[in-house]
Design a protein around this ligand. Structure first.
Ligand SMILES: Cc1ncc(COP(=O)(O)O)c(C=O)c1O
Length: 413
């Protein structure tokens, strides 16, 4: 099938916007299926970085000269574009961080340290990335609080009834992902938030795997905190966002001390800056934040619904073709998934599959995907994960399927 007519989007045209895709790897055209780890960047994002450094590199906020004003404007424009992207009420609620990991650590270290006490409980799910497990474990250890885990079914779906049972007036924080990076499961986050709020718990949503694929409306969700990461949504590495409700952010102490986050400093006492600057100590990652705006524009211009339609077609096609290969077992069969296909093959280590696919120019991820407890539940060491972005095609999936068949044939001789 022609790549341009798989959905309403012009996929061939979109592919042309991504310089990195047009290369041979090990003598074969690159097939990039490691998008859940990080997606590739369109030319406009790369150009934006170059334009910033060549045209108006300057430190922001304190400068009165022209370059500093231009850099400040560009940086703050991204904040407004991000606010709209997440449907937040105010730019005061949009904090730039280095990524989702830092956003979660910020909340655990500030809100968590201030409002979680001995005997309190924090609930996560068995589907979480290590970034949404370890900060809470550290907090629980420090505060003598208890970490509780919502079980997942064999399909990889959160057990909502079990979640209801875990909630109590001891629950202070619930932290779950919107979509799972290793299985692709889309979680019913609106319902999770609603249930948690009945017990006055605050809810943090890890949106790392949702932001490039699903509509996000933090106001409609009533999320207390929502975290996204630029590098998983066609933007540069080193930029994340923490959305937080203003009333919560105002109650929280700063995360790091230093420049920018202060109002006034004396040796006796420091007063802190207003939101969102209170949480942005030091010189931020100006260039990458500026370029992140182009990634959001890119997604908006294509339309998330169109992106999702194309990716869903890819996922359905890949699921059908890969599961038809003898010896393959798909891990993660939730009813609603983002474009992540995790699988294992009888008798072949995922790592070997990954390496052999690489010799055919096909980039997949293998291993536990930073979700070791989840792999333990499935009694496996890891999976092979193919994750799709808007620039991927059915022809590329055919190449993956052909590669897998050849690997199995070769190893069974
Ligand atoms: C679900 C999930 N949460 C958190 C992270 C960490 O995100 P970051 O790389 O922005 O720190 C990832 C990255 O793989 C992820 O997939």
């Amino acid at each position: 099938m022609n790549a341009t007519v798989q959905s309403g989007l012009d996929i061939s045209g979109i592919r042309k916007l991504f310089p990195v895709l047009h290369q041979q790897v090990n003598g074969k055209p690159l097939v990039y299926f490691d998008n859940a780890a990080t997606s590739q960047k369109p030319g406009r994002v790369i150009d934006s970085l170059k334009q910033y450094y060549e045209g108006y590199n300057a430190n922001i906020h304190r400068g009165i000269h022209t370059l500093a004003e231009k850099a400040t404007r560009a940086y703050e424009e991204t904040r407004e574009v991000t606010r709209q992207f997440l449907h937040a009420g105010s730019t005061e609620e949009i904090i730039f961080t280095r990524g989702v990991t830092e956003s979660i650590n910020l909340v655990a270290s500030t809100y968590g340290r201030s409002f979680v006490n001995a005997g309190d409980e924090i609930i996560i799910s068995a589907l979480e990335h290590h970034s949404n497990i370890v900060p809470w474990q550290m907090l629980c250890e420090e505060k003598k609080a208890k970490l509780k885990v919502i079980p997942v079914t064999d399909a990889g779906e959160i057990d909502i009834d079990a979640f209801r049972q875990l909630l109590s007036d001891r629950t202070k924080i619930v932290a779950v992902n919107h979509a799972s990076n290793s299985l692709g499961t889309i979680n019913p986050v609106k319902e999770i938030i609603r249930l948690a709020h009945q017990w006055s718990a605050v809810v943090l949503i890890d949106g790392a795997q949702a932001a490039a694929h699903l509509p996000i409306d933090v106001t409609d969700l009533d999320a207390d905190f929502y975290c996204i990461s630029s590098h998983k949504m066609y933007g540069p590495t080193g930029v994340g966002v923490l959305y937080g409700k203003k009333a919560l952010l105002e109650k929280m102490p700063p995360y790091m001390g230093g420049g920018e986050m202060i109002k006034e400093v004396t040796f006796e006492k420091t007063t802190f800056n207003d939101l969102p600057y209170k949480f942005e100590a030091g010189t931020p990652n100006i260039a990458d934040v500026v370029a992140f705006k182009e990634a959001i524009h890119f997604i908006n211009e294509l339309g998330k619904q169109n992106i999702a339609k194309h990716e869903n077609e890819l996922l359905a096609y890949a699921t059908e073709k890969v599961s038809a290969i003898p010896g393959v077992r798909i891990i993660g069969t939730a009813r609603e998934k983002v474009s992540v296909l995790s699988f294992i093959i009888d008798g072949i280590h995922p790592f070997d599959i990954g390496q052999m696919l690489d010799t055919r120019g096909i980039a997949v991820r293998t291993g536990h995907h930073c979700t070791q407890p989840l792999m333990d539940q499935f009694k496996i060491e890891g999976t092979v994960r193919a994750s799709f972005a808007v620039y991927n095609t059915k022809e590329e999936i055919d190449a993956l399927v052909e590669g897998l068949r050849r690997i199995i044939n070769f190893l069974s001789k």
